[in-house]
Write a protein that binds this ligand. Structure first.
Ligand code: PLP
Length: 491
């Protein structure tokens, strides 16, 4: 296809037409019904600044979803971009297979200091799915190594999203996105989530009892499957998919007890909930529980470069021959050039890795991102303003279509219903018409990036940059009020 370069129309109408034509011919968007763009333009976002992004026509949008739960510090931060550029000139790439590089070491040390308890070891990946995949693989190999080879199953919650690679997909609790890829990796077991709005009738008026029941369902699943076969429980601090289900009081304390009783690992999947989304570096810190593994991605770099990973407890690392040497002590490099070689007698090697994990540029960017967190005390900003965010969104409850508003920190879901009194939801056809047909395009058109999602019951999800303040909450509320009022008239 010819390009419009040299037409004297850079960024003008011809260039835009070319971009659209090329997108229609060559680009494959993720989780997107491509036919929906058969007749129209794909939205093209070209730049960002602070809490806003701009499309190719210069139109401004409030980024109410931080891209995809990613842009914690907001867009256009020169110092973070420059940290990446500096690192690329110094050392663009070297693997973490047998070798280390300074930025990965510094970042691992810094994350170890921020993480709860004894999660001192960081295994980097490039994405959240890889982090989840790595956590399951580590759990399996760990149990084989310590003489409990039958433990391979993983328990997770209904409607929870944990990623798309085959292992992560087997942990994911969304039948609709798994069906085309069956059969799944064996071992995925589902338990109820903490959607109190849809709690069973006998628990509907007692949040704590509901939390006890939901936690006990995990124990029942472990006992049903046979505790000797269960490796790990994967839970998000606040479950995203389904529209933000915070944990009821006492839920995680009880889950921790259950895991300990049965020798099962607790994996906190914090791909969304870490790095300030809930006002803490890690979501588990907000709810006061100690995971054995934390998986993370997204906000660790605020999206200025891709990175993910898992934080692993000292105890889990033990069979893999961790050196607990004094940080100032010298340890000779082991097995350089032989990454899969055996460790010193009696220790195992985690037989897992990916080329770009802990990429130097991403690690440098993550360090600069954390500098911004500290300099601007973004966690304090979230904690100071989350009450205002909640109160502003709660105003929408006066609309007939708004059934529930739930979440914590800067992470909210608004559930849409057909009948507020009975909590009746929309059928598939209505939901399709409402969400894809009307809400998604209307919200975008009105200048708000957010997510209208019907993987569970229909919800609108919001997770704005952590720099947002009341003016941004008001803007979100006003746009949502207008569009949801119109949506109600459309039904
Ligand atoms: C809780 C959770 N786990 C895992 C993932 C997968 O992350 P990625 O898209 O980076 O592979 C996501 C993505 O949104 C997520 O929300």
């Amino acid at each position: 296809m010819s390009t419009p370069h040299g037409t004297g129309d850079p960024g003008g109408e011809a260039a835009q037409r070319h971009l659209q034509a090329a997108a229609h011919r060559h680009l494959w968007l993720h989780f997107t019904r491509m036919s929906s763009y058969a007749e129209g333009d794909m939205p093209v976002i070209v730049r960002g600044s602070g809490q806003y992004v701009y499309d190719n026509r210069g139109k401004r949008y409030l980024d109410g979803l931080s891209g995809l739960f990613v842009s914690q510090i907001g867009h256009g931060r020169r110092e973070v971009a420059e940290a990446g550029a500096r690192q690329a000139s110094e050392l663009a790439y070297f693997p973490l297979w047998s070798y280390a590089h300074p930025r990965a070491i510094e970042l691992a040390e810094r994350l170890g200091a921020l993480a709860p308890g004894n999660l001192n070891r960081v295994f980097f990946t490039t994405s959240g799915s890889e982090a989840v995949e790595s956590a399951w693989k580590l759990a399996k190999q760990y149990f084989k190594t310590i003489g409990q080879p039958a433990r391979y199953k993983v328990i997770s919650r209904e409607i929870a999203y944990h990623g798309t690679s085959m292992g992560a997909l087997a942990i994911t609790g969304l039948p609709g996105i798994k069906e085309p890829f069956e059969p799944m990796a064996p071992g995925g077991v589902r338990v109820p989530n903490t959607n109190f709005y849809r709690a069973p009738d006998f628990l509907a008026s007692d949040l704590e009892a509901f939390g006890r029941w939901a936690a006990d369902e995990i124990e029942r699943a472990i006992e049903r499957e046979g505790p000797e076969s269960v490796a790990a429980v994967f839970l998000e601090p606040v479950q995203n998919s389904g529209g933000c289900f915070p944990p009821p009081p006492g839920y995680f304390a009880r889950v921790r007890e259950i895991c300990d009783r049965h020798g099962v690992l607790l994996v906190s999947d914090e791909v969304i909930c870490a790095f300030g989304r809930l006002g803490y570096y890690f979501g588990s810190q907000r709810y006061g529980y100690q995971p054995d593994i934390i998986t993370f991605a997204k906000g660790v770099t605020s999206g200025y470069s891709p990175l993910g990973g898992m934080m692993v407890s000292d105890a889990l690392m033990e069979p893999f021959g961790a050196g607990h040497a004094d940080i100032s002590g010298f340890q000779s490099p082991r097995h350089a050039g032989h990454p899969e070689g055996p460790g010193p007698s009696g220790t195992a090697t985690f037989l897992h890795g990916v080329t770009f994990a802990g990429h130097p540029v991403s690690a440098a960017v993550a360090l600069a991102n954390l500098d911004v967190f500290e300099k601007e005390d973004l966690l304090a900003n979230v904690r100071a303003n989350e009450g205002g965010f909640r109160a502003t969104l709660e105003k929408l409850r006066d609309l007939p279509i708004v059934g529930d508003v739930r979440g914590d920190g800067y992470f909210y879901g608004i559930e849409l219903v057909k009948d507020k009194a009975t909590r009746e939801t929309f059928n598939d056809e209505e939901s399709e018409r409402l969400l894809r047909g009307f809400l998604s395009p209307a919200l975008f058109e009105a200048g708000l990036i957010c997510r209208a999602d019907d993987r569970g019951d229909p919800v609108i999800q919001l997770a704005p940059p952590l720099t947002c303040t009341q003016e941004h909450f008001d803007e979100m509320e006003q746009i949502l009020r207008g569009v949801l009022t119109e949506a109600w008239a459309e039904i």
